[in-house]
Ligand binder design. Sequence first.
Ligand SMILES: Cc1cc2nc3c(=O)[nH]c(=O)nc-3n(C[C@H](O)[C@H](O)[C@H](O)COP(=O)(O)OP(=O)(O)OC[C@H]3O[C@@H](n4cnc5c(N)ncnc54)[C@H](O)[C@@H]3O)c2cc1C
Length: 312
Amino acid sequence: MLGASLNELESILRAKDETLSIKTGALMSRYTTLHLGGPADMMVSPTTSEQIRLLLTEAKRLNIPVTIVGNGSNLLVRDGGIRGLVIRMCRDMQAVEVSGDRIRVEAGAMMSTLAMAAAESHLGGMTFASGIPGTVGGGAYMNAGAYGGEMSHVVTLVEGFNMNGEPFRYGRPDMKFAHRTSRLMKENKLITHVTVQLPQGKREELLAEMVEFNRRRAEKQPLTMFSAGSTFKRPPEGYASQMVDECGLKGYTIGGAQVSEKHAGFLVNRGGTAADFLALMAHVQKVVYEQKGVMLQPEVKILGEDAGVAEV
Ligand SMILES: Cc1cc2nc3c(=O)[nH]c(=O)nc-3n(C[C@H](O)[C@H](O)[C@H](O)COP(=O)(O)OP(=O)(O)OC[C@H]3O[C@@H](n4cnc5c(N)ncnc54)[C@H](O)[C@@H]3O)c2cc1C
């Protein structure tokens, strides 16, 4: 049933817009920084808002589930992959428009691109984003942040489409930003543009601050290993990484998944499966709960299906 609908969707898309990049069965492990995840039934990387509207309206009409991904730097995709249509918003839509103290960016631009564009325009407030390896769309959705800055401090407008292909515009208060979360986590909507408003800054100082933040990051984080950054959210009781460390879990391994030796907040993939990673997450949650009385909540977004019996 879904297979027939996907075939119909592919024929319609190819007939209406031959420039669309459509991939069938693309392994999500190639599109996530954890390098985990089975195949997506269909993956499309749109380059215009018109293409996005076409994708959403046709998927809706054909009753095909839609999953939106950015750079996959906060995703754990299960080994069975993702059913339906995956819309990948990464680098294909990345225009940056600077106008006075505002910058309007397409959602596929990287956070580092926005940070650099701001510094080059003598605008501050974005240096925190220079080492976050995600897109601006993913950053607004997650309220990404670091070193005291986060998207909620700078975003003034988020634009995009709902799953019917109808446009929406949310100002900062509408976004209901909180720690690593926004209203969009409860609503299935696709971000196409983000506008930030920034204070004046000095280019040289901003560039130097970004270098310093990235130096600190490289010193503390396992950046040469496959990860999705901090696996768990910061709980109200303290720091997840400190709790995991105090429970003696640094280096703890299940299959190919390991609690980083360098930073206990990062779980890393050393050549295992999503099932290993999920088992390690569950183990860490259990031990921290037993020893600290705190149930850590995942920061990574878990998508897709477990591998079927035939694939095990
Ligand atoms: C080494 C490393 C360091 C990191 N450091 C930090 C850090 O310091 N601070 C921090 O906050 N995070 C950090 N992260 C996590 C991650 O980079 C951020 O959460 C980032 O904002 C995710 O963006 P993305 O484009 O990769 O989104 P993805 O991981 O692809 O998606 C994340 C979520 O956003 C949604 N989404 C993505 N794009 C859109 C869109 N256009 N419209 C609607 N929804 C969308 C997806 O559906 C998904 O639910 C780190 C990750 C790594 C690997």
